[in-house]
Design a protein around this ligand. Sequence first.
Ligand code: ADP
Ligand code: LRH
Length: 499
Amino acid sequence: DKATPCVLAFDLGASSGRAFVGEIVKADGAGGPSQLKITEIHRFSNDPVRIGSHLHWDTLMLFQEIKKGIRKAFQAGFRPQSCGIDTWGVDFGLLDRNGELIGIPYHYRDHQTDGLVEEVSAKIGPERLFRESGLQFMPFNTLFQLYAMKKATSPMLDIADTLLLTPDLLSYFLTGEKVCEFTMATTTQLYDPGRGAWNLPLMKELGLPLHILPEPIYPGAVIGELTEDVCAELDVPPLKVVAVASHDTESAAAAVPADSDSFAYLVSGTWSLLGTQMAKPLLHSTVMEHQFSNEGGVDGTYHLLKNIMGLWILQECKRKWEQSGKSLSFAQLVKLAGEAEPLRSFIAPDDLRFMNPPDMPEEIRRYCVETGQPVPDTEGRIVRCILESLALRYRQVLEQAEELMGAHFAKLHMVGGGIQNELLCQFTANALGRPVWAGPVEASTIGNLLVQFRSAGMIRDMQEGIALVKTSFPLQVFEPEENDSQGLWATSYERFCRL
Ligand code: ADP
Ligand code: LRH
C-alpha cells in the first residue's frame, strides 16, 4: 500500500549508488508481525573520471541521479516522510563564500596523496597523529588530501569557505543547508575523538584553513527540506532531508542483525571493513601498531575497524578483462574461481601496490612471481587467489581485533553487496574456522532507513529496528568445511602470514 508511511534512502558506494524506499508493513495483513519492506527505486553505476593527472568523482552526475531517485519514488506513488544519504568516507567538496562548489571533488584513489602519510607522520609524530584521530593511516584520509592541495598551493584552498563531505555536499545541493554529519567527520583524521572536537591545532600546524569545517551534527538530525527550486524541477512536494549515519560503513554496522552489543562484522563491498562495536574509542599504542580505526557510529558508539582492500581488487580485474574484450559477470567469475585449484597462491591484499595499479591482473601475477609462488594465469585462478587471500586476511584482522578488544567472537556477520559472492562467504568461514552469518545484502541502505524511521517516530529506537531486520531478512549461515587445526586452510594461513 503506497499510502503506508515510508522513507527514502540513498546509498552511494564507490562502485554503484542505489535508492530504496523502506516501509514497515504487517506481514499477514493486519494481524501478523511487522516487517521491514524495501523497494528498489533506482540504481546507477558510479564511475570516476580521470582529467589530466587527477581522478575525480562525477559529483554532478551523482546529484542528478539522486534527483532522479526522488522523482521516481514519487512517480511510483510513494509519499516518503524524509530522505537521507550515505556514501563512502573521507571525500569532500569545497564551497566558496557564495556557497558555490569550487572545482571537481577528488576521488580518494587519486595519486596526489602518495607518500604523504610518511611526510605528515614525520612532521607531527605518528603517535600524536593516531592519538588525536584514532584513525588508521590511510593515504586518502581527508587530512592528507587537504595537505596535498596545500603542497600544490591550490588556489581552491585560498577561496574555500566551507568543506562539505560527500553526503553533506549532496544534502546541501538538495536543501541549501551546510552541515557536517558526525560519522563522516570521524573518517577525516581531522576530528579528535578524545576531545570530541575538530583538531584545529593540528590543522594550524599543517597550514590548513581553520574556518572551513561546520560543527558536527548527529544521525537523526533534520538537515532541512528540499529547496523550492528542487521541488519545482522534480515536481514533487516538500520533503525533509535527514542526517543518517552518513558514512556507509556505519549505516551498514547499524543494520547488523546481531544478538548482543558485542559482535564482529565485515561490511563487504568495494572495501572490506572488519570491525566491532564499542562504547568509546580505543586509542592505545597497540591499536596504532595494528593500524585499526576508531570510527563514530550511531548513538555515540565507536567502531574498531580495519579497512581491508576488499572486492576492489576483483572489480579492477573484471574491468581490465572487459577492456581486453572479455566481459564476465561477477557470477561467472565466481564460478570460474570455484573450478580452479584451491589454495595455490596468495597476495597480501592490503599492500598499497593494489590500491590503484594500472593493470590489476598483471600486478597480482607480478606479486606471485616476486614471492616465489605459482603464477595464477587464468581468470579463474586469479579470482580464486583474490578471494582466498581476502578470507585469510579476514582471519588475521579478526584475530588482531580480538586481541585489541580482549574478546572472542564465536561467529562473523557479513553484510553488503559482496555477500552475493557465496564462495567468498564460504572461504571466510573456512579460513576463520567459525561460522559466517551472511545478510542482509543492502545493509547500508537498511541502516540509513532505520535512522530515518526513528527520526519519523516510526520505531522507538535502533533495537526495535534491528528486531525488524531479523524478522525481515533471512540470513544464510556458512559453516567451516574442515574442523581440524591441521587442515589445508590452517596450513595455508601459516603460508599467508609469512608473505
Ligand atoms: P559498494 O557499496 O562499495 O559500491 P557493494 O556493496 O555494492 O559495493 O558491493 C559490490 C561488490 O559486490 C562487487 O565488487 C562484487 O564483487 C559483489 N557482487 C555484486 N553482485 C554480485 C554477484 N551477482 N555475485 C557475486 N558478487 C557480486
Ligand atoms: C566504504 C568506505 C570505507 C572508507 C572508504 C573510503 O565504502 O566508506 O569505510 O574507508 O569507503
